[in-house]
Write a protein that binds this ligand. Structure first.
Ligand SMILES: [Zn+2]
Length: 446
């Protein structure tokens, strides 16, 4: 069976949940011992009346303080770095969409062994093979995406073309002429490449050899993902992949070919990252089928480890988290990113996630699925309204106002809320190559 063949580390990936938990217990104790030598971490644990060494008792983690961006910013410039600066061979930074980016260090082992192995396992899980011709389209520089995939692809023995984002007109030709078979990139960028290709007389379905992609850095809807698969060669699959700089890279979760059908991902590196899915208010673990926030503890990272890092990313724990036909039953299943607990909008008392709005737009024929915005207008201190802006696909014969009405109608039935919708010609709204900023706050009331 395809799933069985794709184990890169069968001795770990075939463990049951108890086997994984035993590894986590052992590593938590060792982590506590290391953190006990670091004054910042000792002070952090003290907030909860604890010492890092308490992690010897696996039940202690549930009482340990969570970690937030404010905790890290308080330790500028190298927050909670547990090694001397010369021992870190590289620093990466968070995207810094809100405030100053935070620097995360990696020792030689963190970078060349741990990260490489974590990414390689995730890629093997979706079926990347030695000799794969890989278009690497995530960004480089301080952002982890590009360098992380380079490492994983190298460890798997793939042939990498590290273009990064951009250079679309060249990429669509190279994709054809060099027969690239795998892509790692933002899903929005991949969709845009299919349009650039068609504008230049290249038919991705016929002229490209892409068979799979790992897409992350951006939460998109299932409908968007289906559209992307439909635009590519027959049999092409786009696998959703999730991770953050704080958790050590784009390595927290990825689907296997079986869970992909159910739109679920395995927490694929649970032997090196302990992930809790917690209610964002009570911080109690959620049950199967419930929505919670991803909270991460890095078990093996030497420089800049985190304990109970609050990602503010919301996902649904699978109804059957430990039951996948691929046999990775120690690596729980979670759904795609629903949104961020801090992106959650409350409009006239109704909770709205940007992903719900995206679902509606993607399901309405004639819209441009990668370009849309939510404008939030503050009317006074406590009253906010939203306006959704969409684009009409070039060549669509649906009039602008009719398209706007169709989206408004679906939003109203989906959210139970009347939301004004503006439709614009294709190309009017901003495009994002990495993380899209879907919510724009307009300061003055119009
Ligand atoms: Zn599976």
């Amino acid at each position: 069976m395809a799933g069985k063949l794709s184990y890169l580390h069968p001795e770990i990936e075939q463990l049951d949940r108890d086997g994984i938990k035993a590894i986590q217990r052992r590593k938590l104790a060792a982590l506590g011992e290391r953190l006990a030598h670091n004054p910042s971490w000792v002070a952090h644990f003290k907030k909860a009346g604890m010492s890092p060494r308490d992690l010897r008792d696996p039940c202690a983690l549930a009482h340990a303080p969570t970690l937030e961006k404010a905790d890290l910013r308080a330790h500028y410039p190298f927050p909670m770095l547990t090694v001397d600066v010369p021992e870190a061979v590289r620093f990466f930074a968070t995207s810094g969409t809100t405030g100053l980016p935070v620097m995360f260090g990696f020792t030689r082992r963190d970078f060349t062994e741990l990260l490489a192995t974590q990414v390689a396992r995730a890629l093997a899980c979706i079926g990347v093979k030695p000799g794969e011709r890989a278009y690497q389209g995530f960004g480089y520089g301080l952002w982890m995406g590009g360098p992380s995939f380079d490492l994983g692809l190298l460890q798997l023995g793939a042939t990498t073309f590290p273009v990064g984002p951009g250079r679309g007109e060249l990429v669509v030709e190279w994709m054809r002429d060099q027969a690239w078979s795998f892509a790692s990139a933002s899903p929005l960028w991949l969709m845009r490449l299919t349009r650039i290709a068609r504008e230049r007389g290249i038919d991705p379905k016929r002229d490209w050899s892409l068979r799979l992609a790992a897409c992350g850095g951006q939460a998109v809807s299932k409908a968007f993902q289906d559209d992307l698969e439909a635009a590519m060669p027959a049999g092409f699959r786009v696998y959703n992949n999730y991770g953050t700089t704080e958790s050590g890279g784009p390595i927290v979760s990825i689907p296997c070919p079986h869970s992909h059908h159910d739109d679920e991902m395995h927490l694929i590196n649970e032997d090196t990252i302990l992930t809790e899915i917690l209610d964002p208010v009570s911080l109690e673990p959620v049950g199967p089928g419930e929505v919670g926030e991803v909270v991460v503890t890095t078990l093996d990272k030497e420089a800049s480890p985190v304990v109970r890092w609050r990602t503010h990313d919301l996902v649904r724990l699978s109804k059957r988290p430990y039951d996948c036909r691929c046999g990775r039953n120690g690596m729980p299943l979670i759904g795609r990113l629903i949104g961020r607990s801090d992106d959650m909008l409350k409009v006239r008392g109704v909770i709205v996630y940007p992903s719900q709005i995206e679902d509606v737009i993607a399901a309405t024929p004639g819209t441009v699925t990668e370009a849309w915005q939510i404008f939030v207008d503050k009317r006074d201190q406590s009253y906010e309204t939203i306006t959704v802006a969409i684009e009409q696909q070039r060549g669509s014969d649906r009039p602008l106002d009719e398209l706007a009405q169709a989206v408004a109608h679906s939003l109203s039935s989906r959210l139970g809320l009347k939301v004004p919708v503006e439709a614009h010609a294709e190309g009017t709204l901003p495009r994002y190559e990495a993380k899209a900023q879907r919510i724009v706050r307009r300061e003055q009331a119009r």
